[in-house]
Every structure is written in C-alpha cells, then in structure tokens.
Design a protein. Structure first.
Length: 333
C-alpha cells in the first residue's frame, strides 16, 4: 500500500497501487498465514492529532472510487485478507521515526520532523496508534499493530523511543486489552545490533503481556537489503544470516521473551547463490521459535524489485512464472 512516501497524498493506483486480490490468494495458496500491511502515518492521518482518512488520495480518472479514502482502503485490504484466510499485521506507521507535517488542506508547505520534536510530540504518536486500534483493531483479520517501522537516528535516542512505545501501549490499552502490539527495535530494527542499540527496550510494560518484538535482517554487505540493486554476489559464508540474527535471539532469551520474537523483514535476490544463506537463516529462525514475515510483495505487475515475492504474470495478471526461490524455501520448511 505504501509507495513514493514523499508524494502526498499520492495517487490511487499510482503511488498507492491497489494490490490485486490474486496476490492475497497466491500467498494463501503457498501456505503463508499472514501479511504485513504498510502505510505511512501522513496518508492515514494528515493532520497531527486529526482524524483518520481526512484527505482523499489523488486520482487519475476515478474521482468517485471509495478507496481514495485510506480508511476504506485499509478495510478493503482487511476484508480481502480475511476472505483468503490471511491475518494482518497493521504496519500503518511505516515512517522510520519521522513524518511530514504542515498539512493545512494541502501539503504545499510540508516539512519533515522527528518523533519527539515539538512538531511531532510523543503524545501525538500515542494518539495516532490508539486511533488506528480503535478503527481497525476489532477486525477479525487483524493479528496485531506494529507501532513504527524501523525507528533510527532520533534526537530522543533509544530512551525516547522506549518512552514513545510506552505512551502508545498505555493509550492502546485504554481502548483494547487484547490486541498484540508489535515493537520494532531502535536502530533500523536490526537483529544483528539489537542488544547494543536497545539497552532499555525490554523494560516496557504491557499489562496485557502481548508484546511481540520485531527485528529485521538482510544478508548483503551493508545489511540494508540493497543488494547492489540485485547484482551483489552472495558471500561465501552460508551461515551469515543465522549468525546475524543470533544477538536478537540471545536478547529474547536473556529477557524472558523466547516465545515473543518476530523477523518482520528478511529477503534476498532471487538467485540460486543466495539460497544456502536463506535456507540456514530459516532453519535458525525456526529453531529459535521466531515468527517470520518475508519482504516483500510488489503490487505492480512484474516489478523488477530484487526481493519481489510475487511470481511473473502475463498481461491478464495470470501467474506464468514459478514461485520465487525464497517462497519455495519457506514452503519447504
């Protein structure tokens, strides 16, 4: 659901491309049981502390399409997921610790501000999380809310991220005591560097005891998932992925969260040379009891993105290609 985040509000079936129903059906058919639905804070709640869905998405030739309302679009995805027996993690703050501000009916004066600043106070973040849960949390497809994707390099630091998480937890639990709360680690949610970058995150208090800790990990030289645009060669160390997630697994065990871990993003180029690394990563993750969400589905047909999970299709949208290698490995486990 998320694309070109600097273009606001974005066009329906442009920057915000509606994922075809066939994608949901495909992932269910290969044995996946959930999806992670991404959207930006700005598109869901343009005005700080405002209402959800206040601004409609732009359009090309379909002004009356109800999915221009982002609340309606999320509900459409939830209904579609439910029909295909998929659960949904709401990642509706895919913002990395910052967002655009300055909406006054248009975005002509927009500027970016960090979480914890005067423009984006922690209380506003808690307000947004609570409104997301109030609006979508009771939908039967929803399995949890992810508070924020990959917070990093904030002026308020890891301690401020912990404070923001606690404020969001407190606000959510006033209206919903049962929804699972998914929390990314500070510092890009890196599994490899999780203990060093998150010295206080384990002290968060959820009275419902339903926190899931979500780490991300890639296997390229930078750990950023760039893979040289898909051209990077796989390293010789086939255990690299398993080794990179070991610090996160140890952190979970040390703090009594061994059954509460999640790999919220992982992926690799669709080439044979990467398969041993992915295979050993999957073995290690499953041995540690981690939940797994591969990255990522691309709604645009036959997109060349190096970690695209969806197979090739013809002009009618019918699948013509084989499963991607990473999907085959996931199915085999």
């Amino acid at each position: 659901m998320e694309g070109a985040p600097d273009t606001l509000p974005g066009h329906l079936n442009g920057e915000v491309f509606v994922t075809p129903v066939s994608h949901f059906a495909y992932y269910a058919s290969v044995g996946m049981d959930h999806v992670r639905l991404e959207a930006s804070w700005e598109r869901m709640q343009p005005r700080i502390n405002g209402e959800l869905g206040e601004q409609l998405l732009d359009h090309y030739a379909d002004a009356n399409n109800p999915l221009r309302n982002t609340v309606a679009l999320v509900k459409y995805y939830l209904d579609t997921a439910q029909k295909n027996n998929l659960r949904v993690i709401l990642d509706l703050c895919h913002n990395y610790g910052e967002r655009y501000v300055g909406y006054d009916g248009t975005w002509s004066k927009k500027s970016k501000a960090q979480l914890g600043s005067a423009q984006v106070p922690i209380a506003a973040f808690a307000d947004y999380c609570a409104k997301i849960v109030k609006t979508f949390g009771s939908h039967p497809a929803v399995v949890g809310i992810e508070l924020m994707n990959e917070p990093h390099d904030l002026a308020i630091g890891e301690g401020g991220w912990r404070t923001a998480c606690q404020a969001a937890i407190d606000a959510i639990r006033k209206i919903n005591t049962s929804i699972t709360i998914v929390i990314d680690g500070y510092g890009w949610a890196s599994a490899e560097f999780w203990p060093a970058r998150n010295p206080t995150l384990h002290t968060l208090n959820d009275p419902s005891k339903k926190i899931i800790w979500s780490a991300h990990q890639y296997f390229d030289a930078s750990s950023a998932g760039v893979y040289g645009g898909g051209s990077e060669k796989a390293p010789a160390n086939a255990n690299l992925g398993a080794q990179r997630i070991a610090p996160f697994v140890e952190w979970l065990s040390n703090h009594g969260f061994a059954d509460r871990g999640h790999m919220g993003e992982f992926g690799a180029p669709d080439r044979d040379e990467w398969q041993p690394i992915v295979d050993n990563f999957l073995k290690a993750a499953r041995a540690a009891g981690l939940r797994l969400t591969a990255h990522q589905d691309i709604a645009y047909p036959n997109d060349a993105y190096t970690m695209n999970l969806f197979p090739a299709t013809n002009s009618a949208g019918v699948i013509t290609g084989p499963d991607r290698r990473i999907v085959r490995l996931i199915k085999a486990k």
